[in-house]
Design a protein around this ligand. Structure first.
Ligand SMILES: [Zn+2]
Ligand SMILES: [Zn+2]
Length: 329
């Protein structure tokens, strides 16, 4: 099969013909239709996430069709989605406490397990999702990380009416639609001077959009930080009311600068969100069942995965980047 392979970190992916993987018990082999490109893929390539499997096939937003199955859960021909959380031990204190996202032994798709930048992928069906029929494979791919982990961050932000989003990319364009459906207002903060990103945020439903050094028109009940820039934590704290929460949604972030205690005073909370649980995924797909989430996407053929990654790195992508792998996506 064709695969775009990471042979070593801080180097471009290499197109290779590799042996197709065979499913083991409880696994399926999937013909990949589309695979979303995530900022986490960049953190793996750039060496900010350490010790990946090498050589590695990236990609943890896989939408495809089961080709062969060794599981009761899915049969050949079923449409299936594969997220970041690929395997958990089921035995550690976190798994037993319903926090499998923090499992000490977790394995992750496209990081410690081969992912979807390839014609075929193998996945443990206990961590896969049946996909809603109302979405194409291309529309589904961004939901599988930006949607699922974004949804976990959204829930961690609490029930406040005014939400700030710092960074407006793949996750924010999905969550702004959910927030609006929940009767909430979104204030989008992107790079100062980023008129294109701010226009996009307003088009997708943000009540206000401006630069990240600005104060929004009203104090926020909560803020979610999607951009991997530590100074945004301080900016967000400046804009969040007493008792509000700042959620850091990314897996990697640059250092957070020191700040006055006064910004945290008043029972403000800063927290991270790590990975996802299967429950997050099931709840997310149930929640969007009555909505039709629209995403703006830039499509790339599999062989141009490096281009997709560099466009994401330089901030050129508006919305989500998706690789189309098989012709009939
Ligand atoms: Zn565990
Ligand atoms: Zn991701």
């Amino acid at each position: 099969m064709r695969a775009m392979v990471l042979e070593r970190q801080r180097a471009p992916l290499v197109e290779r013909e590799v042996t197709a993987p065979d499913p083991r018990d409880s696994e399926v082999r999937i013909r990949v239709e589309c695979c979303g490109v995530c900022r986490t893929d960049l953190h793996v390539v750039d060496g900010e996430l350490r010790d990946p499997k090498l050589p590695l096939i990236l990609g943890h937003q896989i939408a495809g069709v089961v080709e062969s199955s060794r599981s009761e859960a899915f049969k050949a021909g079923d449409r299936v989605g594969v997220p970041w959380l690929g395997w958990t031990c089921g035995k550690c204190r976190y798994c037993l406490a319903g926090q499998e996202n923090l499992c000490d032994y977790a394995r992750f798709t496209g990081y410690t397990i081969d992912g979807g930048y390839a014609d075929l992928a193998v996945a443990d069906t206990r961590f896969c999702f049946a996909l809603p029929k109302s979405y194409s494979a291309a529309a589904t791919a961004p939901l599988l990380c930006a949607g699922l982990i974004g949804f976990r961050a959204y829930r961690m932000a609490g029930d406040g009416r005014r939400l700030g989003f710092y960074g407006f990319g793949s996750a924010a364009q999905i969550l702004v639609q959910l927030a609006r459906a929940d009767g909430r207002e979104v204030f989008a903060f992107t790079r100062d001077g980023d008129a294109k990103g701010q226009r996009f945020a307003r088009e997708m439903g943000a009540a206000w959009a401006g630069g990240s050094s600005e104060h929004g028109p009203q104090a926020l009940d909560a803020a979610i930080i999607f951009a991997p820039a530590g100074p945004l934590v301080v900016k967000a704290l400046e804009n969040v009311r007493k008792g509000g929460v700042v959620v850091c949604a990314g897996i990697h972030m640059s250092d957070i600068p020191s700040f006055r205690y006064e910004l945290l005073w008043g029972e403000r909370v800063v927290r991270s969100v790590a990975n996802l649980t299967r429950r997050d995924g099931l709840d997310f797909f149930a929640r969007i069942g009555s909505l039709q989430i629209e995403t703006k996407r830039t499509m790339y053929p599999l062989a141009r995965a490096n281009e997709a990654l560099s466009s994401l790195r330089s901030g050129e992508i508006t919305g989500s980047a998706v690789l189309e792998v098989s012709a009939e996506y």
